[in-house]
Design a protein around this ligand. Structure first.
Ligand code: BGC
Length: 714
């Protein structure tokens, strides 16, 4: 690294310090530290003029090195796209990549060069607020979409001033936070870490991700920020990661609170020795690394490796050659177009009784638009939108009003002041509007603040009096459509039946309004499929499609709902299987589920071999027929079960998927091919391997059903 030998110890340590910026004026301590080379990066500074002043200060000294300028650009910058969980509903790498690329361009125009995204933690517990920021429950889907986000943020060449260095976070296992409570312990056996939690990070590395963030949590008792197994053995030695690892916010200091470090000095030593390179927000590196090196506790070799990793990323960004030019801000129109496309493609039609949707413009002359999320531009954006520009947003009310004329009337009332409101005082007015209208569209869910970091919920039903609002609206007899805008799956058992159709948009972003309007009236088709299971009740969590069979698997014949248990039933008389008496064992909506407006049927599953031999591919084909009257898109999904293996394997695992567009009446064949590598798993010796034996394969449109066949691996 050219600069290394010219740098003093203080300057080297400076490169490892990421400090929080100041909105507006640069405080004197920051100006002094930057000018003295005691800072390697600044986060949360988004004023391009201030960013430029900071960069000039960094360059004002001989051999000065520009700063990394970081920010959480998670699902948009000024233009906001659906939350990551929403984007994952698209199962579309091209779309996800395009959203990240647009966000990078808007952010880079403000002087940023680094984003703390994508979050690659598995979202398997909807109580966990950060499920909003996840790409869902499945390692394959998270890997593909996470890699697409990395490509979008970073582009082909980080020197391009429109691109940002990405950060794969939070390494590793954070999604398994106990009880869905943020920051909690993650008791994950190594076999599951390797099988489930690592693959998305490996995929991000393959996509060239520049940086990795250590997570807040402890994995099997060792906090990630001081976890040499994660940061050194796996990330560097096994996977050959060459970028740098940044801590999470003050997570080095927090080693004391975890109870594994005696003081800040100990925390800094443990983190640096374990493989952490840069400290975010804390000051343990700044205060202690020099002495730790001088006294021989931390080798100069390790310190140089840390600095080289940071300088390597700066080199890749072109920063060692000077300041990057500020790119132009992309046009808001292009952002709006993409945000609209994304919100449509990410919307999941969960239910559609009697093809209630799409609505006909000819038949609907008055529409009651109700609910606290129908007209609140800030709340529809979701979590992590520090820079989201509400002026670029449009609410459902505003979008529908654009269409109002003598033949089409919008009757609007929120019914409740917020999604948490328990006051029933306004309900009558809202319900009266529903009674007058041809159709009622009730937009419910969660305000942005109810999900995201540290915003976990134990009970994930619709908060406040929203269920009551929906119940009263449905009692009017007016056809009712439930639209959900939320940061997580909600437990809707007993509620969703009140509406004829349910459309889940998660938090859809800036263009929620135009997207909902166009979806309701069939100008667009809801393109989303669930990347996460919807439980019936909160108490079923965790519930994900790829569970293990167990030795006593439940099926519909083996469980008696609580209400049907005969009085005085003897202990084993109902059989003993893995289920809840009061909630069964199935989710309300399975992973992969979502309806469209056309009728696309799958038939004739064909395998080109019954036996997959080494070096061969197994061709899998299915025929799709669109029997509906309009063109549509289906997501064809391939699942496999390894029937007998040396470790128990999930009842189903996603192996492949494809979005297929079909014109009305069209028929087409869709082909997949699987190889031996698709059938590998982490074995008892913690290595990836496959085993000869029998497999079941399903091709379908969700994880619960599908056409079925068998094959074997030789
Ligand atoms: C979060 C990270 C985020 C960082 C910087 C932390 O609290 O866990 O995901 O990137 O703050 O804002």
């Amino acid at each position: 690294m050219p600069h290394l030998e010219l740098m003093s110890l203080e300057e080297k340590i400076g490169q490892l310090c990421l400090v929080n910026g100041a909105e507006g004026e640069i405080p004197s301590w920051l100006a002094e530290d930057v000018a003295a080379g005691r800072v390697g990066g600044v986060l949360n500074e988004v004023d391009p003029a201030v960013a430029e002043r900071l960069q000039r200060l960094a360059l004002s000294r001989p051999a000065g090195i520009p700063l990394l300028m970081g920010r959480d650009v998670i699902h948009g910058f000024h233009t906001i796209f659906p939350i990551p969980l929403g984007q994952a509903c698209s199962w579309d790498e091209t779309l996800v990549e395009a959203c990240a690329a647009h966000a990078a361009e808007e952010a880079a125009a403000c002087g940023l060069n680094w984003t703390f995204a994508p979050m690659l933690d598995l979202g398997r517990d909807p109580r966990w607020g950060r499920v909003a920021e996840s790409l869902g429950e499945d390692p394959l889907l998270v890997s593909r979409l996470g890699a697409a986000m990395v490509r979008g943020f970073q582009g082909g060449d980080l020197r391009d001033p429109r691109r940002l260095a990405a950060c794969a976070k939070h390494f590793a296992g954070y999604g398994a936070s106990e009880g869905g409570r943020d920051y909690n312990s993650c008791p994950i056996p190594e076999i599951d870490l390797r099988q489930l939690h690592f693959p998305p990070f490996q995929a991000a590395l393959m996509a060239g991700v520049a940086t990795v963030m250590a997570s807040f949590c402890d994995v099997a008792g060792v906090p990630a920020s001081a976890n040499a197994f994660l940061l050194d053995q796996v990330l560097r030695r096994e996977w050959g990661f060459r970028g740098f690892v940044v801590s999470d916010w003050e997570s080095v200091d927090q080693l004391k609170l975890h109870g594994v470090a005696a003081d800040d000095r100990d925390a800094a030593l443990q983190a640096a020795s374990a493989g952490l390179d840069m400290e975010m927000a804390g000051s343990t590196f700044r205060r202690h690394l020099a002495l730790l090196v001088q006294e021989g506790h931390l080798s100069m070799e390790r310190l140089d490796a840390m600095v080289s990793a940071v300088l390597g990323v700066k080199r890749d960004l072109g920063l060692l050659e000077g300041l990057r030019p500020l790119p132009a801000t992309p046009s808001p129109a292009s952002g709006a177009q993409l945000a609209h496309r994304a919100a449509c493609q990410c919307a999941v039609l969960l239910r559609n009784e009697d093809q209630c949707l799409p609505l006909s413009r000819k038949r609907v002359r008055s529409l009651a638009l109700l609910g606290p999320m129908a007209h609140d531009v800030a709340e529809q954006l979701g979590t992590w939108v520090f820079d989201g520009d509400t002026r670029l947003g449009i609410t459902p009310l505003e979008a529908l009003r654009q269409w109002e004329d003598a033949d089409f009337q919008i009757l609007h009332h929120p019914g409740l002041c917020s999604t948490r409101d328990l006051d029933l005082g306004q309900l009558d007015e809202a319900v009266a509007l529903a009674a007058q209208a041809d159709v009622a569209v009730v937009v419910l869910g969660e305000e942005a603040i109810l999900s995201g970091e540290a915003h976990c919920r134990a009970d994930i039903r619709l908060p406040g009096a929203q269920e009551e609002l929906l119940r009263r609206v449905s009692q009017t007899g007016t056809p009712t459509i439930l639209v959900l805008m939320a940061g997580r799956p909600l437990a809707l058992e007993g509620v969703h039946e009140l509406a004829q159709a349910t459309l889940c948009m998660f938090h859809p972003g800036s263009q929620a309004g135009t997207a909902l309007r166009d979806l309701l009236f069939g100008i667009e088709e809801p393109g989303g499929r669930l990347p996460i299971s919807f439980p019936r009740q909160s108490g079923q969590i965790p519930i994900h499609y790829s569970q293990k069979s167990t030795g006593r698997p439940a099926d519909t014949s083996s469980f008696t709902p609580m209400a049907n248990i005969p009085q005085g039933a003897k202990q084993h008389s109902l059989g003993n299987t893995s289920h809840y008496l009061d909630a069964g064992f199935t989710p309300l909506y399975p992973f992969g589920h979502g309806l469209g407006y056309s009728f696309i049927q799958l038939k004739d599953l064909r395998l080109d071999h019954q036996t997959l031999r080494p070096g061969q591919r197994l061709g899998v084909s299915v025929t799709l027929r669109n029997t509906g009257a309009r063109a549509g898109t289906e997501l064809v999904q391939v699942y496999v079960r390894d029937l007998v293996a040396s470790v128990s394997r999930p009842v189903k695992e996603l192996k492949a998927y494809r979005r297929v567009h079909l014109e009305a009446g069209a028929v087409c064949d869709v082909h997949f091919d699987l190889g031996e590598e698709d059938l590998r798993f982490v074995g008892r010796d913690l290595r990836w391997m496959s085993e000869a034996g029998h497999f079941r394969i399903w091709v379908g449109t969700n994880s619960a059903d599908g056409l079925e066949a068998c094959f074997s691996l030789e």
